[in-house]
Design a protein around this ligand. Structure first.
Ligand SMILES: *Cc1c(COP(=O)(O)O)cnc(C)c1O
Ligand code: SF4
Length: 443
């Protein structure tokens, strides 16, 4: 078994990594400037085995992890550059903070849906959809490498007031104990698998007891298979982690590993394949998801290749997301119609066993909204949409229409079709009030 010791890459400027000498002068400068705003973290696996250095800066994994010039607006780029040139440390700090705040650090109403128990807000949890509680272990608020498109970066860059983390397993368990309609707990982050196996055990093992019969599925959302597969092979507590997965299975529950893969390159190394096999051997499932992004994977053939390789490795393709409005979004933007065309062309080119995937889906404030397609109804061009998930579960799977908009990249840019004032779910308080107890929707 190949062994690799995790090495973190710190990047202040292009001199810190010899491979970066391949960049143009302009791109070299961008590493230092954009890197002030977007948090950077990479490691020896991503740098040595995933990035094709003969293809930088356009290489998809380079673009996924390294700062590039176009990730900041021209104005912001010039401002940061000037402050750096002037050695204005205080001004720079302030400017970086301002830019970060404007880059929408907390999209899609994540501050809503924070559950409350005995009057205490549980900031390490989110409960938006009846069956599934998200839990953000405080020890998992980092990742093995950071993605440049990620909307969670405020958590990594020291903006602590936005940290959705909770110290205590106890509160999680209390909450789940009271809410017997919850069947799924989804551990997320950051990357929860940056936490030690012992920590994950302390959260998960109590859920395997009789008291929590209603919890059927333990889900872990993680990028680790793509960015640090050694977590499951040669890391010190790799075997402990896999034993924990086995315990979930033995308790009669499903361990669903929700693996984030953005590009087929991430599915092509021996280390990754071996890690996936070891996870599956515990009886766990691996389900896969990714946003569709310009410069990374806005090509149906890339998606088809990804799904086929995943199925070959025993994984289940699960979601294609529309990248949500975040930091460097305009760089990664894919218009909704294009996202649908990418999905549809990839979907029709693979066999039925790959078609477990659903998308493209937008995680918007009311719920996960799938773009079913573009069509014409009585002469009006429209988007056909539906909820895959909704705060009000009664609304799931009902088709609805939005006026066609060639340029729209997100749900909030869409208007109802046929001249209507509201979408059907905006009537009669069907979604309840944002941030308020939504239990009444779940009866
Ligand atoms: C996506 C998501 C889930 C999980 O949804 P599934 O469709 O069950 O995978 C749960 N909670 C929130 C807030 C989500 O965005
Ligand atoms: S691994 Fe996930 S949480 Fe971490 S930076 Fe990438 S997208 Fe964000």
């Amino acid at each position: 078994m190949e062994n690799k010791k995790y090495r973190n890459y710190i990047l202040r400027n292009y001199n810190d990594l010899p491979q970066l000498s391949k960049l143009s002068e302009e791109e070299k400068e961008a590493v230092g400037i954009v890197g002030q705003v977007l948090p950077f973290k990479s490691n020896n696996y991503v740098v040595e085995e995933l990035i094709d250095w003969n293809n930088v800066p356009n290489d998809p994994i380079y673009t996924l992890t390294f700062p590039r010039k176009e990730m900041l607006s021209k104005t912001n780029y010039t401002q940061v550059k000037k402050l750096l040139d002037d050695n204005d440390t205080e001004g720079l700090k302030k400017k970086v903070h301002d830019i970060r705040m404007k880059l929408n650090p907390n999209p899609a109403g994540q501050e809503h849906n924070v559950p409350v128990i005995d009057g205490i807000k549980l900031h390490g949890m989110q409960h938006k959809y009846r069956e599934t509680v998200l839990f953000f272990p405080s020890q998992g608020q980092t990742c093995h490498a950071y993605c440049t498109f990620c909307f969670r970066w405020p958590q990594f860059s020291g903006m602590n007031e936005l940290k959705f983390a909770m110290k205590e397993a106890d509160l999680l368990h209390q909450y789940l104990h009271k809410h017997t309609k919850v069947s799924d707990v989804l551990f997320t982050g950051g990357d929860p698998l940056t936490a030690k196996a012992a920590i994950m055990s302390s959260y998960i093992e109590p859920l395997l007891t009789k008291e929590f019969e209603h919890i059927r599925n333990i889900r872990i959302g993680s990028k680790t298979l793509a960015y640090w597969p050694y977590r499951f092979t040669t890391d010190k507590d790799a075997d402990d982690l896999l034993r924990l997965f086995e315990k979930v299975k033995k308790a009669g529950k499903t361990l669903a590993f929700q693996a984030h893969f953005n590009h087929p390159v991430e599915l092509a190394t021996d280390a990754q394949k071996e890690a996936a096999e070891r996870i599956l051997n515990t009886g766990a499932q691996i389900r896969t998801q990714s946003p569709v992004m310009h410069h990374i994977n806005d090509d149906p053939m890339v998606w088809a290749a990804m799904w086929k390789e995943q199925v070959k490795q025993g994984m289940i393709p699960y979601y294609m997301f529309v990248a949500r409005d975040t930091g460097s979004k305009s760089f990664f933007d894919v218009p909704l119609e294009k996202a649908w065309n990418i999905f549809r062309k990839a979907y029709r080119s693979v066999s039925g066993i790959n078609r477990t995937v659903r998308g493209p889906s937008m995680s918007a404030t009311p719920g996960k909204i799938q773009i079913l397609g573009v069509t014409e109804v009585k002469g009006e061009k429209v988007f056909v949409l539906r909820f895959l998930q909704c705060r009000n579960p009664n609304l799931v799977d009902i088709p609805f229409f939005a006026k066609y908009d060639r340029k729209a990249t997100w749900f909030d840019e869409l208007k109802p079709a046929f001249g209507e004032k509201e979408f059907f779910f905006q009537k009669d308080n069907l979604l309840g009030k944002a941030g308020k107890d939504t239990d009444f929707l779940w009866e």
